[in-house]
Ligand binder design. Structure first.
Ligand code: FEO
Length: 397
C-alpha cells in the first residue's frame, strides 16, 4: 500500500520512515527513528528527487509507482550518493531502466563504484546548469562537503522550492506529519535538528556557510531536505540556527558541565560548581559522559558558550569516556568556546592538562587558567576554591 504526502499539485513526498534503526550511520542513536525523504514531480517530464535507504525500499517503490500512476520515469536526480539515499537506486532502475540519472560529475564517479549496474544513462550537471521539465525549471547548485564532496542541491525556480540534500534535515521519523509547522520548533525540531547538524555536518561549517550564502540569494518558499520535515514556514528561524551552527557561534549563553566520575567524587565537585554557578545566575546543565553518548555531548558543546570538563586522572591520562567525548568534539571542529577544567587525582592529577591538550586542536578556544583540583574528593575547606573557579567562569560570561 502506498503512503505518500501531497506537497503541491505537482509534487509528492515519496519517502518512508524507519523506526527499527538503532544507530544512524552505525554511530548516532536515533531513538525516534529516521525518515528517508524522496520527492516525485509530475510535470511534462517526471522527476524523482533521490531514492531511499534499503531499509525502506519496498515502501518507497510502492510510493513511486503510485505517484507515477502508470507514467514512465524520466529523471532521477541524485543530490547525494551516500547509501541512505541511493541504496534503492538499483531497484528503481530495474523498474524504470530508461530513467536518466542527473548528478554532479563527482557523484557519477561514486555511483559507478557503489552501483556499477545501476549507474547507467547518467547526465552530469555543474553549478547553475538547468533542466527544463515542462512548466518547471530546475537549477542545480553545488554544495560540496554538505555532507560529502559530490553533493548538490536543486532549486525549483518555478515553485521556489529548494531540494536541500542533507542540509536542514533532522534525526527522527515523521510519524504521519510532513511539514515542520505540524510540530513544535523548539520541542520537536531543535534538539534533534541540532544533534543531526552538529554530528553530520558540524565539521563542515565553512562549506555550510558557503551554501547558506548561495541560498540567501534565492527566494525560497519551501525547503525539502532528505531527512526530517519539509519547511514552508519559519524558514528564517531555521536559517538563523544554521547561520549560528555553521559559524560556530554559541546559541546560548549557558554552561555545559560534562563530567566523568568513577566513584562519584568528581561528580560531587561538578555538582558543587553547578550549584554555585546557578546561585549566581548562570544557566547550567550537567552531563555524565559515561551515560550520555558522545553525539549528545557534541551537540550541547555547539549550543553552549561555556564548557566545563571534569574528569579523574586515569592511567596517567584522562578517564577514557571523557577522552572519547573530547576527541569527538575536536573531530567535529568546534571553535570559539570558553573552557574550564576540574581534575581529580589521588596521587598525580594531570587530567586538566590532558583535556586541554585535546581541545587545543580546536580553533579560537579560551582556556580559563584557574583549574579546580581534587585529591580523591573535594574537601569541605575547598569550597572557596570551588567558588573562585566558578567566579573565573562567570567573569567571562
Ligand atoms: Fe543522509 Fe549524508 O546522508
Amino acid at each position: 500500500m502506498y503512503c505518500v504526502k501531497k506537497i503541491t499539485d505537482s509534487l509528492l513526498w515519496t519517502g518512508a520512515d524507519d523506526r527499527r534503526i538503532v544507530c544512524f550511520e552505525g554511530v548516532y542513536p536515533v531513538p525516534d527513528g529516521m525518515s528517508y525523504n524522496s520527492y516525485l514531480m509530475n510535470d511534462e517530464k517526471t522527476v524523482l528527487f533521490d531514492t531511499a535507504d534499503k531499509a525502506v525500499t519496498e515502501q518507497f517503490l510502492e510510493n513511486v509507482r503510485y505517484g507515477l500512476n502508470g507514467r514512465a520515469l524520466d529523471y532521477i536526480i541524485v543530490h547525494h550518493v551516500e547509501p541512505d539515499h541511493t541504496a534503492s537506486l538499483a531497484a528503481v532502475k530495474r523498474i524504470y531502466p530508461d530513467a536518466k540519472i542527473v548528478c554532479t560529475a563527482k557523484a557519477a564517479e561514486m555511483l559507478a563504484r557503489f552501483y556499477p549496474e545501476a549507474a547507467t544513462s547518467v547526465m552530469t550537471v555543474a553549478e547553475n546548469d538547468t533542466l527544463e521539465t515542462g512548466s518547471h525549471t530546475l537549477r542545480f547548485v553545488t554544495a560540496p562537503m554538505v555532507h560529502w564532496p559530490e553533493v548538490m542541491v536543486t532549486y525549483d525556480e518555478t515553485d521556489k522550492i529548494l531540494f536541500s540534500a542533507d542540509a536542514f534535515g533532522s534525526f527522527g521519523a515523521l510519524n504521519g506529519t510532513l511539514f515542520s509547522d505540524e510540530v513544535c520548533f523548539k520541542r520537536d525540531f531543535l534538539p534533534e535538528g541540532r544533534r543531526y547538524y552538529c554530528n553530520i555536518v558540524g565539521k563542515y561549517g565553512l562549506q555550510v556557510g558557503m551554501l547558506l550564502k548561495k541560498v540567501s540569494a534565492l527566494e525560497i518558499k519551501m525547503i525539502c531536505p532528505l531527512h526530517g520535515h519539509v519547511w514552508r514556514e519559519k524558514i528564517d528561524k531555521l536559517l538563523e540556527k544554521y547561520s549560528l551552527w555553521s559559524s560556530y557561534t554559541p546559541e546560548d549563553k549557558s554552561v555545559m558541565i560534562a563530567y566523568a566520575s568513577v566513584y562519584g567524587n568528581t561528580e560531587k565537585a561538578a555538582e558543587v560548581v553547578a550549584e554555585i554557578l546557578r546561585s549566581k545566575g548562570a544557566d547550567v546543565k550537567l552531563y555524565d559522559v559515561s551515560v550520555k553518548t558522545n553525539d549528545v555531548i557534541v551537540a550541547e558543546a555547539f549550543r553552549c558558550s561555556h564548557l566545563i570538563f571534569a574528569a579523574p586522572t586515569y592511567n596517567g591520562g584522562v578517564f577514557v569516556r571523557m577522552e572519547e567525548a573530547l576527541r569527538e568534539i575536536a573531530a567535529h571542529g568546534l571553535k570559539n568556546r570558553v573552557c574550564a577544567f576540574i581534575q581529580n587525582g589521588s596521587w598525580a592529577a594531570v587530567s586538566a592538562k590532558k583535556m586541554q591538550e585535546i581541545l587545543s586542536e580546536c580553533k579560537d578556544m579560551t582556556f580559563i587558567e584557574n583549574v579546580l583540583t581534587l585529591k580523591s574528593a573535594l574537601a569541605d575547606d575547598q569550597y572557596p576554591e570551588a567558588e573562585a573557579f566558578a567566579d573565573a567562569v562567570l567573569a567571562t560570561m
